[in-house]
Design a protein around this ligand. Structure first.
Ligand code: NAD
Length: 491
């Protein structure tokens, strides 16, 4: 049976699944370590075929009643769910800081409020989902957004609370029932979400959590033909496996994947502002999908840019993510540390020059210095492949055309950043082939706006109506405005 409750900063967290409104222990479990100091935090339930089956059956049973509620009725439950998340803000913050290494301050001030908004915003916006008829001369088209059924939600370790609620909000608000499979390197805030849902009295089976490893539990969930939607955020190789498994049943997948986003600095940019933002690309130890990790700087200003950015980077506070002053915490797992060091070593062997960093940080075993590599070529592995660590590359250009060509020269297409005189930077940004790009800014997010990548960075968009389009079956109920007689001759 799975082991004892976790105790983190005075908070108790269940290691078990949450299926049909109840905690369910498992015979198999896996170890969970803290990225801050490598201590064993405890053991987490591993979902078996029986657990997956029980969760899908519970979600299927709960679906008709949940789907039949009005959006306003579901909103009452979901607003309470968000409130219960808010009541547990300290627990969510301390726990994700300990299992994922996210800054405690960012959890408190950024992630927990956003997690609550992820639920309440979609609950509110689901209210007008069914009231968008299309009126033509001959008919009224009542465009219905019917919930699809059982939605499987699979999230990565770099921001589990934010990413899980970002999918749960629209899925539940639209009337689907959900099974969340948390990331095995940072599964604990998803367990706390089950406590919040339980306290909010969400009906049994509407929201389930099945813990487990991706290759085992995750693979079983996404290949089950009873599932109506798979919403995944994670890496490209996993996405290919999931798309194949779900594709065998023709189950639609939303795939939010990795990036290698360009960070363009034009000659007419505010260098100080651009350099300060570039230093932010190291936040969460670079484990951020939307970070602009390829610095592309106009040759005319590159020296000034490097000098300014170096100053910002030298002042970054690296340390324990639970300390208020810390700006950069640990890398999640020893395997991820190996991945990061491997990329840097291979890049240096291939001729890259280390402008700063390029080595472990003395603070601890999973801390890596913010690193900038230059003398890299467009075809190099370090330019073409996502590292997902605090490692940036620097290339220069001499014209807008060259900047755009370099920016577009990878298989990824998630995001981007472009600094320069606003009209100029906007014109360049419009030619960069990504799902989104920030002009003279970074990280402005709005729940109403579309988010997602093109090329290998994903399929589909999240946010606003795009989330609802994915989690719903759109149906057109056509009612003629005048008496209508069907005929063989009509189109
Ligand atoms: P990952 O692909 O290894 O794992 C993500 C999730 O998939 C985990 O929960 C894992 O257990 C599960 N999984 C693994 N194999 C599976 C399988 N065969 N079937 C079903 N589920 C399976 O990714 P990661 O290392 O946890 O996260 C890092 C990646 O996530 C990076 O590539 C990053 O860019 C990406 N990411 C993207 C976004 C975005 O919005 N585009 C946001 C955050 C992270």
């Amino acid at each position: 049976m799975s082991s004892a409750f976790f105790e983190i900063a005075g908070h108790k967290i269940s290691p078990d699944h949450y299926i049909n409104g109840q905690r369910v222990a498992a015979a198999e479990s896996f170890e969970l370590f803290c990225p801050i100091d490598q201590r064993l935090l405890g053991r987490v339930a591993e979902g078996s075929a029986n657990h997956v089956d029980a969760a899908i059956r519970a979600a299927e049973r709960a679906f008709p009643t949940w789907a039949a509620l009005t959006a306003a009725e579901r909103k009452l439950y979901l607003d309470r769910f968000a409130e219960e998340i808010g009541k547990r803000a300290d627990a969510f913050s301390a726990v994700e800081s300990n299992d994922a290494g996210v800054l405690l301050s960012r959890m408190r001030h950024g992630v927990v409020p956003r997690a609550m908004l992820n639920i309440t915003w979609f609950a509110q916006h689901a209210l007008d989902l069914q009231t968008r008829p299309i009126d033509t001369e001959q008919a009224r088209h009542i465009v219905k957004h019917d919930p699809a059924g059982v939605a499987v939600i699979i999230t990565p370790w770099n921001s589990p609370l934010m990413l899980s609620t970002w999918k749960l909000g629209p899925a539940l608000a639209a009337g689907n029932t959900c099974i969340l499979k948390p990331p095995e390197w940072a599964p604990l805030t998803c367990s706390l979400l089950a406590d919040a849902a339980h306290a909010a009295a969400l009906p049994a089976g509407v929201f389930n959590v099945v813990q487990g490893t991706g290759a085992n539990t995750g693979a079983k969930l996404v290949s089950d033909p009873r599932v109506a939607r798979v919403s995944f955020t994670g890496s490209v190789p996993t996405a290919k496996r999931i798309a194949q498994a779900a594709g065998a049943n023709l189950v639609p997948c939303s795939l939010e994947l990795g990036g290698k986003s360009p960070f363009i600095v034009l000659a007419d940019a505010d260098i100080d502002n651009a350099a300060a933002t570039a230093a932010l690309m190291y936040r969460n130890a670079g484990q951020v999908c939307l970070a602009g990790t390829r610095l592309l700087v106009d040759e005319k200003i590159v020296d000034a840019f490097i000098t300014t950015m170096r100053r910002y980077v030298e002042n970054l506070v690296i340390g324990d993510p639970r300390d208020e002053a810390t700006e950069i915490g640990p890398i999640i797992h020893p395997r991820q540390v190996e991945r990061v060091t491997g990329f840097v070593e291979r890049a240096v062997s291939a001729g890259a020059r280390v402008l700063w960093g390029g080595a472990m940080h003395p603070f601890g075993a999973q801390y890596y210095r913010p690193t900038l590599l230059t003398d890299v070529k467009q075809g190099d592995e370090i330019v073409q492949t996502e590292v997902f660590g605090p490692v940036l590359t620097l290339q220069t250009f001499t014209s807008d055309e060259e900047a755009i060509e370099l920016a577009n020269g990878t298989d990824y297409g998630l995001g981007g950043v472009c600094y320069g005189e606003t009209t100029h930077a906007t014109a360049v940004a419009e030619q960069v082939r990504t799902g989104f790009i920030w002009v003279n800014s970074f990280g402005i997010r709005d729940l109403a706006a579309p988010f997602g990548g093109i090329k290998r960075s994903g399929i589909g968009r999240e946010g606003g109506d795009w989330s609802f389009e994915f989690f719903c079956d759109v149906k057109d109920v056509v009612v003629p405005k005048k008496p209508f007689r069907a005929s063989f001759a009509q189109q």
